[in-house]
Design a protein around this ligand. Structure first.
Ligand code: UT7
Length: 336
């Protein structure tokens, strides 16, 4: 039977570290507030002068993942790129990454889905593989948030959360009788909450798409109703975990590690308490990276593998909720 496995992982974050105290120089905030409300201690941002896009971060992580998989770029059948912060408005970073890899005809599919980008990307890769449309897929997830944040006090609720970074996985279809790879996935969306977390401008529905007045009002920056998103995450993430467990015919005790999107450590602690699973079964690294949106889960997986918290044979659930709203989970047995 055809199974979709993660053959290798890679991560890359830009070297510039921005601490909570650094942020407190630009806006009315404090290390104490940020740690208490989010768990974040620092994040990595690209150089202040810019010049680094999501596809550049993804390229660095891709080189590592390809090397570990023993693939060359020519082995890739399809690139799936998940981001909410593309290098430019269009074309998407999938094409930019493809070119940087020295390829000139490999298909590149860009997806949005924000914090749920990795989950949607992995479920999409699984569907491509099972249908026979592709067998070796590069799933690249990368974000450059720092150039799009309002780092004045007006934007402090959002600006303190986000970090830049990339996480990449090489996904492959294998023929096996073993119960490995993607065992179940569930995807959801509810556009009713689109306004709860969005960047409005530049917007094709506005004419002009952006104006001096809009810039003054800060409509080019993300706005978030943090409390609504928090409430929805705490409600939906346990539900979607139970959903994939039921689909796979497994129970909570079968899961070695939950790797949730790193949006806020308190959300993931609520999740852990709600499911009544031991603390050490829920992975956290938000302290060091902040919220890297689509990249957060593949970065976390890469670290969990490096730390030997999981390995071949481990059963994991990846799960996320974010702008859209979109949410979902993928249950996987690693290895194969
Ligand atoms: O990955 C994308 C999905 N996003 C999420 O999952 C985010 C979910 N939401 C959250 O993580 C939280 O709602 C936040 C961390 C964004 C905010 O935490 P909160 O506990 O909901 O705080 P709040 O918005 O209710 O604000 C409480 C107070 C307010 O002051 P007053 O009105 O009580 O005087 C805010 O103005 O904290 C103030 N505040 C800040 N103070 C210092 C908001 N941001 C900051 C800040 N520093 N950065």
């Amino acid at each position: 039977m055809k199974r979709t496995v993660i053959k290798s992982t890679g991560r890359y974050v830009p070297p510039r570290v921005v601490t909570n105290d650094d942020l407190a120089k630009w806006m009315d905030t404090s290390d104490e507030w940020i740690r208490q409300r989010t768990g974040i201690e620092q994040r990595h941002w690209i150089p202040e002068e810019g010049g680094v896009g999501s596809s550049d971060l993804a390229l660095e992580a891709t080189k590592i993942a390809l090397d570990r998989a023993g693939w060359t770029p020519a082995d890739i059948d399809l690139i799936i790129f998940a981001t909410l912060s593309p290098d430019i408005f269009f074309p998407g970073p999938g094409c930019l990454l493809q070119h940087k890899l020295g390829l000139n005809s490999t298909p590149a599919l860009d997806i949005r889905q924000q914090c749920t980008g990795f989950i949607y990307g992995l479920a999409t890769a699984d569907a491509y593989i099972r249908s026979g449309l592709a067998n070796r897929i590069l799933l690249a997830c990368a974000e450059v948030h720092s150039t799009g944040l309002d780092i004045s006090t007006r934007g402090r609720d959002v600006a303190v959360i986000f970090g830049d970074g990339a996480g990449v996985v090489c996904v492959e279809g294998i023929e096996t009788d073993q119960d490995v790879g993607v065992l179940a996935s569930s995807l959801h969306a509810n556009g009713e909450f689109a306004k709860s977390l969005m960047v409005e401008a530049a917007a094709s529905r506005l004419n002009p798409r952006i104006s001096e007045e809009m810039l003054r009002e800060g409509r080019q920056y993300p706005v978030m109703d943090g409390k609504t998103i928090f409430k929805e995450a705490v409600r939906s993430l346990p539900d979607v975990s139970r959903e994939v467990l039921q689909k796979a015919g497994l129970s909570l005790e079968d899961i070695d590690l939950f790797i949730p999107h790193q949006a806020n450590m308190r959300i993931n602690q609520f999740f852990q308490q709600s499911l009544k699973v031991p603390e050490d079964k829920v992975f956290h690294n938000i302290q060091r990276y902040g919220n890297t949106t689509a990249a957060s889960i593949p970065i976390a997986l890469d670290e969990a593998l490096e730390m030997n918290i999981v390995g071949d044979g481990s059963t994991v659930i990846f799960l996320a909720l974010g702008a859209g709203l979109t949410w979902g989970a993928v249950l996987m047995r690693l290895g194969g």
